[in-house]
Design a protein around this ligand. Structure first.
Ligand code: NAD
Length: 419
């Protein structure tokens, strides 16, 4: 971004994407200068007592990129590589994602640099509650509403909700989304992102004339997004040829027995050791021949170095920022149909929006309602992006960014600069 504080490979990539779209849109220069940087970035120290009695001080972040359309919204990530630049990039992508889906929400993101797998349940809870206390005055149902991301889940959201509520003196379910249903979560949120990825793949396959029941898919990352996406694709008759997590990459020519893989992952917490598959190197999984490739792990996995070796027809970005601008240029040449992150994985924030609405109204919907409304929003967004990409002769990412950014810019111009 413009200043060094939030500079990192991820934020430079997010800004590069923004600048290309801003140029194509001929965006007002003053608006563009403002949108390159976040509204607010917090860095907090999070002391937590470890099981051995010592106190470890973790570093936590919350970045609020833009709230011109509504309260900030975005996940909280627990991962050793979390840093201010990465969180800033993710917050910026959230702004475009909410805008593209037509949600009355802005972009935010947060995280703690930690390895959640190495923390006991008690340590994780203490760290989460102290982090919540540190950012307490900057979040809230009208201000900024966190959600799960890599390394966090509904239990972490429940602890955040409880800590916030204890401080306010009454239950405030609308402070986070992705909570358990028992405390104001919505049906369908856990599955929403993976399910949404598949809704967009279905539209892409129709557009390209690809028969899904004869297709194969490869999925990188077997967590909330990747596992559900694989499961939903398998339901549609797609053969899942390979999957990976941070412990192992598995493949099988005739397709993996997905139910067995899921049961193994649930029992053992990782894919390593699964017996009925061939083991391959994690990075080579991205280069396997397939119809559909779903990166659903972390950023910058498909780069200028390996993009030329990918062999897919559709790439659906379950992860945020998995493809670098250099890789994008190569994929364009190879005529890979890329469903960009801010469209493909928007299902998570769309159903988070539904959860927030239900909490504010104290009126809860059926899962069928949730899924139908999710599908309607994503299908409309997909066709808006496809329509613009054909009209302007740009790729799907550029079209998605142009739509997301232009709506934010229009709102900023209406609201004006408070001075
Ligand atoms: P998760 O923590 O549930 O799962 C992440 C998975 O990726 C794990 O299986 C992990 O082992 C695996 N992984 C990590 N590094 C890997 C590597 N180098 N190679 C292969 N696998 C690796 O996280 P998640 O919620 O599924 O998030 C995954 C991605 O989707 C992230 O980019 C996140 O920002 C994005 N996303 C998540 C949501 C959501 O609702 N959870 C919404 C939108 C986007």
């Amino acid at each position: 971004m413009a200043t060094v504080e939030w500079r990192s490979p991820a934020s430079e990539m997010a800004v590069k994407q923004f600048e290309a779209a801003a140029e194509r849109l001929d965006l007002d220069k003053n608006v563009a200068a403002r949108l390159k940087r976040p509204d607010r970035a917090l860095i907090v120290s999070v002391p937590a007592r470890m099981d051995d009695g010592s106190v470890h001080v973790f570093t936590g972040y919350r970045v609020q990129h833009n709230d011109v359309l509504g309260p900030f919204k975005g996940g909280i990530r627990y991962h050793p590589d979390v840093n201010l630049g990465e969180v800033s990039a993710l917050a910026m992508w959230m702004t475009w994602k909410c805008s593209l889906a037509g949600l009355p929400l802005g972009g935010g993101k947060g995280g703690i640099a930690c390895d959640p797998k190495k923390l006991s349940r008690r340590e994780l809870q203490d760290m989460t509650r102290r982090y919540t206390a540190e950012i307490l005055n900057f979040i809230g149902p009208d201000v900024d509403v966190p959600a799960p991301d890599m390394g966090t889940n509904e239990q972490v959201m429940a602890w955040i909700m409880d800590t916030y509520s204890q401080h306010r003196g009454f239950a405030v379910p609308g402070v986070v989304t992705g909570k358990p249903v028992a405390i104001g979560g919505t049906l369908g949120r856990r599955e929403a992102t993976g399910r949404g990825v598949v809704y967009t793949i279905v539209e892409a396959a129709k557009h390209l004339g690809l028969a899904l029941e004869k297709s194969t898919a490869v999925v990188q990352g077997f967590g909330n997004v990747g596992l559900i996406a694989a499961q939903e694709l398998a339901r549609l008759g797609v053969k899942i040829a390979a999957v990976s997590d941070s412990s192992a990459a598995l493949c099988r020519d005739n397709g993996l027995a997905l139910d067995e893989v899921i049961a193994y992952k649930e029992k053992n917490g990782e894919l390593e050791g699964f017996p009925n598959a061939d083991k391959i190197a994690g990075q080579s999984l991205l280069e396997l021949p397939c119809d559909i490739l779903i990166p659903a792990a972390n950023e910058m996995q498909i780069t200028g170095e390996n993009a030329g070796r990918t062999q897919c027809r559709i790439m659906a970005e379950g992860a945020n920022g998995p493809t670098t601008p250099e890789a994008d240029a190569i994929l364009r040449q190879k005529e890979v149909f890329v469903i960009p992150d801010i469209l493909a994985n928007a299902g998570g924030v769309i159903v988070s929006y539904f959860e927030w609405v239900q909490d504010l109204q104290n009126f809860f919907w059926t899962e069928e309602d949730v899924n139908n409304k999710l599908r309607a929003i994503l299908t409309r967004a997909f066709h808006e992006v496809l329509g613009l990409s054909r009209k302007e002769k740009v790729d799907m990412r550029m079209a998605a960014l142009m739509l997301g950014i232009s709506r934010v810019a229009r709102a900023m111009l209406w609201r004006g600069l408070y001075a």
